[in-house]
Design a protein around this ligand. Structure first.
Ligand code: PNS
Length: 159
């Protein structure tokens, strides 16, 4: 069975990587999909950069690939015959945010969303918070994969 892990991933975090690894252990094939979020502005990284950072992080997972999509998520899943979405849930805040999207996606196409509870080590990590900490020179090591930490630091160093 094929699953898609969709998200903005600007940039991916250790929490995201944990979800990709756990999804890869449960599904035959996993596609990490860098997807446009109409509520978020252009972001720190381009879609191509986000995709590249994820590709490097999942190179050890033989059944995981990375793609990008600018339209409705369900148009991608239908076109690729994917019947499962996988997302991480850190807290009840995530649940409130994810519930209507999962129900809407199911209504639109029949695709089901499977939620994995975030490992407690990563429960407080978000791309947004990591960017804020890095922007003001705080330590983000251990929150993002090491090569992602480097490029985030480099981005802010150039600003
Ligand atoms: O990492 P994010 O930003 O929380 O991910 C949200 C995302 C990108 C998965 C969501 O915004 C999305 O699915 N966007 C694609 C457009 C779409 O299908 N919108 C309807 C969602 S019900």
């Amino acid at each position: 069975m094929k699953a898609v892990c969709p998200g903005s991933f600007d940039p991916m975090t250790m929490g995201h990587l944990d979800i990709f690894e756990r999804a890869a252990a449960q599904f035959d094939e996993v596609i990490v999909l860098v997807t446009a979020n109409p509520h978020k502005n252009s972001g720190l990284f381009t879609v191509a950069e986000r995709k590249e950072l994820i590709e490097e992080s999942v190179a050890h997972l033989g059944n995981v690939s990375v793609d990008h999509w600018g339209g409705l998520l369900v148009d991608y899943t239908t076109a690729h015959k994917v019947t499962a979405l996988v997302k991480g849930l850190r807290s009840s805040l995530d649940y409130e945010y994810e519930l209507p999207m999962a129900q809407m996606n199911r209504r639109l196409s029949g695709v089901d969303t499977f939620f994995l509870l975030t490992d407690e080590k990563y429960g407080y990590i978000s791309s947004t918070l990591c960017k804020e900490v890095a922007r003001f020179g705080g330590d983000i090591s251990g929150l993002l994969p090491p090569h992602v930490v480097e490029v985030v630091r480099a981005k802010y160093a150039r600003r």
